[in-house]
Write a protein of this length. Structure first.
Length: 367
């Protein structure tokens, strides 16, 4: 039986950088985008043997803004993967989309190419908050795109949201959730804003954190997220992800469950067996065909640590049985502290454990 594989494809282009973004992305002209696609197809060719040996269960176009590309480019990438590999009939094939770059024509081309899941980066339904973030779209444009996607036949849609934004209140956050859930998407990702170094936000709010919601306000939004989305039928299956039953993001679950995945494109990361590697991060070098970046061989200890560090992000937790000898004392200590609990054969984070998850997860690092 062929071993499962997930594929991540990085599209490093955007209309303009959002003020909070530290992702590997930047604006670029059509000529650069076109050359990038040619190099990406060349990189895929280099994995022909691997793709033939595996069955591809999930594909995820991320960025950057994958939706900035012409629909034809997405189709060419998927055609290449299909020709070389074994994409299953039930594969989840997702694309991230910025509402400022979506058209009916693109949606139709994506659907015809095999895309069956769209992840809209909305972030907020409040126009002032969108402006502060530097987003290129309005709430109305998002709603129009959302309905277009439904009308052309997409039945699996995620909406990305962010809380703890500058100027955001508990009331405006709840209004955003009310507006989004009224549209009834299958999946919602809800993250708290993180101020990253090197971003315009860091220049402003790194020096003036008092301009952001307080820690108490941020926690209130966090708890409101869980209770409100639960009341609308969304089950929390990972620390920051909520889904209607049966619509959990299979690609993201594969990361947390350490299923092998192949990263393609600028800066993309891969996990293949006990090897973690990342691609070239300089666009000029990638466009010359220099794809290789760094590589790390994971030890048995590294793999044990990752098993808990990643798996405990899931609400169902992990089965500690394979590593009971190494972690029994740690687990008992965390249970005594009320930070983890039994869930059948699994252990999982408690609500208190989620609040201090960085501490809990650090306990599984073997010094």
């Amino acid at each position: 039986m062929k071993k499962s594989l997930g594929i991540y494809i990085h599209i490093p282009f955007c209309v303009r950088k959002c003020k909070y973004c530290d992702f590997l992305s930047a604006p670029a002209g059509k000529d650069v985008q076109g050359k990038y696609i040619e190099m990406l197809l060349k990189e895929i060719d280099g994995y022909a043997n691997l793709l033939k040996e595996r069955k591809t269960e999930t594909i995820f176009f991320g960025g950057g803004t994958p939706s900035i590309l012409e629909g034809e480019s997405i189709g060419r990438i998927l055609e290449k993967l299909q020709a070389l590999g074994n994409i299953t009939d039930t594969a989840e094939i997702s694309i991230e989309a910025n509402p400022g770059t979506v058209t009916k024509e693109k949606l139709l081309e994506w659907k015809n190419a095999g895309i069956n899941r769209i992840s809209f980066g909305l972030q907020s339904a409040d126009e002032e908050e969108l402006c502060r973030l530097g987003r290129i779209h309005t709430w109305e444009e998002f709603v129009e795109n959302y309905h277009l996607a439904r009308n052309v036949g997409f039945k699996n849609i995620n909406v990305d949201l962010m809380s703890a934004l500058p100027g955001q209140t508990a009331d405006s956050w709840k209004k955003t959730m009310e507006k989004v859930t009224a549209l009834n998407p299958e999946h919602i990702s809800a993250y708290s804003l993180i101020i990253e170094e090197g971003t315009p936000f860091c220049e402003v709010y790194g020096e003036h954190p008092e301009l952001l919601p307080t820690e108490e306000e941020e926690r209130a939004m966090y708890y409101e997220t869980k209770s409100f989305l639960a009341s609308k039928g969304y089950e929390r299956y990972e620390i920051s992800n909520y889904a209607k039953p049966g619509y959990e993001c299979r690609h993201n679950l594969s990361y947390w469950e350490r299923v092998d995945y192949l990263g393609l494109g600028l800066g993309a990361a891969s996990l293949l067996g006990n090897v973690r590697k990342s691609n070239q991060t300089e666009l000029a070098e990638y466009l010359k065909g220099n794809f290789e970046g760094e590589e790390e061989i994971l030890s048995d200890v590294n793999e044990m640590e990752e098993y808990f560090f990643l798996g405990l992000r899931k609400m169902e937790g992990v089965d500690p049985t394979p590593y009971r000898n190494q972690y029994d004392k740690v687990i008992e200590k965390l249970m005594t502290e009320g930070l983890v609990e039994r869930n059948g054969i699994h252990i999982r984070l408690t609500e208190l454990g989620i609040d201090v998850s960085n501490y809990v997860l650090s306990e599984f690092l073997i010094e």
